[in-house]
Design a protein around this ligand. Structure first.
Ligand code: DC
Length: 223
């Protein structure tokens, strides 16, 4: 496909967004951007620098102002480079996961991240997953999808990914519910479905079934 295509995939933690978005990017031969990784990278950098994540903390705001962030593709996978350091391998740590939803509440952080994401989409065909892609990052995209799944199913999927860390399914469920609450109730760009997004409940679908549904839809939008 030679057209400039943008695909927005939003939804809560554990609904299968990233698996689906990665597979779509391969099928369509376009780049994939995991926007959550960018919020996680800000959280990671604050933790590493021992800085309290709070917009009223001048140290945090100075860190944000002076921080450089770029996305570098390694084997077509987006790596996040902060101040010249590839931080991608640290972004799934539990503390980073929890603090990323605090980082994501801060409007100044969101402004920077959204600008970077929009710049990437201006010059590339891209499939992005996140929470505000359909509403804020790519509001003009013709291809918007909002994935959901039951809390039980989401916790089960995360458990299968993380069980070697010794975490229990109950603990995962609690974490997911807390992050949902943070994502949905924040004032700045809360997690909401864009009016023109297609909602897909993935609870009883395989990732490939979801990919097929989206792929068909995108093709019909392009043709
Ligand atoms: O998708 P994730 O779990 O990697 O996201 C990490 C955090 O960042 C999560 O609390 C939601 C937030 N986020 C956001 O607010 N906007 C996005 N576009 C992507 C993620």
């Amino acid at each position: 496909m030679n057209e400039h295509i943008t695909i927005a995939i939003d939804g809560p933690a554990g609904c299968g967004k990233s698996t689906v978005a990665k597979e779509l990017s391969k099928r369509l031969n376009i780049i994939y951007l995991d926007t959550g990784a960018m919020y996680r990278a800000v959280a990671y950098w604050a933790i590493k620098s021992n800085i309290d994540i709070n917009e009223n903390n001048p140290d945090f705001m100075n860190m944000l102002k002076s921080m450089s962030m770029e996305i570098k593709y390694v084997d077509k996978f987006p790596n996040v480079i902060v101040n010249g350091e590839n931080v991608s391998s640290y972004l799934r740590e539990k503390e980073v996961s929890m603090k990323s939803s605090i980082v994501a509440k801060i409007p100044a952080v969101r402004k920077r991240m959204v600008e970077l994401q929009q710049e990437l989409a201006r010059f590339n065909s891209v499939v992005m997953d996140g929470r505000d892609i359909g509403t804020k990052v790519l509001p003009a995209s013709k291809n918007k999808f909002f994935l959901t799944a039951s809390i039980e199913e989401r916790a089960k999927r995360r458990y299968l990914q993380e069980k070697e860390t010794g975490i229990s399914i109950e603990e995962i469920k609690r974490d997911i519910m807390l992050r949902d609450e943070n994502d949905k109730t924040r004032a700045a760009s809360p997690l909401v479905k864009a009016d023109d997004a297609i909602e897909i409940d993935t609870s009883d679908l395989t990732a490939l079934q979801v990919v097929d549904m989206i792929f068909k839809r995108v093709k019909s939008n392009v043709l």
